[in-house]
Design a protein around this ligand. Structure first.
Ligand SMILES: [Fe+2]
Length: 193
């Protein structure tokens, strides 16, 4: 599902996640741009709100995969938490400069206005992979070991070659790592969200 406005994104989020999260964390997400950030600069979700639309789609996919394949998780909330926050690292990866006419590269239209997505130069943590998502999420809620592994390895083998053996070991111990990667791929490559 794609949403056109921030309010619709927040409503859908609260319906799906509200009971699983501390209220202060939801406020933090609103204040820090989780509902407005793009998911990328020039790939899927490169528009205002793209990060949320992608995250929502992955949570929904993981929920459906869990039901269809009778997956067992350490905590019943985990498919939603893992899906929704696997890319939390992207909350401050990019900035959207609105009304920036003349800058055409990776630009587009949002409600008739021009914008451009740039990398945020003020990052404190290395972007990419899942470490940063885990570090951010763990500040707001206690995660199960399985949730940590699913988020850390959600990119599957799209990781450094020297990390493959750790990824393989993580899949063996926590098969839901593989389902998390699958849900991410379905959303980004098949649904195009
Ligand atoms: Fe993702």
């Amino acid at each position: 599902m794609l949403f056109n406005v921030t309010e619709a994104r927040i409503k859908a989020f609260e319906e799906m996640m509200g009971k699983h999260l501390p209220a202060a964390f939801i406020d933090w997400l609103k204040e820090n741009g989780f509902f407005t950030a793009p998911a990328s600069r020039n790939h899927h979700g490169n528009y205002e709100g793209g990060l949320f639309d992608h995250s929502y789609a992955v949570a929904e996919q993981l929920k459906q995969l869990t039901k269809a394949n009778r997956l067992k998780w350490e905590h019943p909330r985990s498919p939603l938490v893992v899906g929704m926050f696997h890319d939390l690292c992207k909350i401050d990866t990019y900035t959207i400069a609105m009304d920036n006419p003349g800058v055409e590269m990776f630009g587009g239209e949002v409600k008739g206005r021009t914008y451009v997505i740039e990398y945020n130069d003020d990052d404190l943590l290395l972007d990419g992979h899942g470490d940063k998502s885990v570090m951010y999420l763990a500040q707001h809620m206690k995660l199960t070991p399985e949730e940590v592994m699913c988020i850390r390895w959600h990119m599957g083998a799209f990781d450094e070659k020297h990390n493959w053996k750790y990824y393989t070991a993580a899949v063996k111990k926590y098969p839901n790592v593989l389902w998390t990667h699958t849900a991410d791929m379905i959303a980004s490559q098949i649904m195009g969200v």
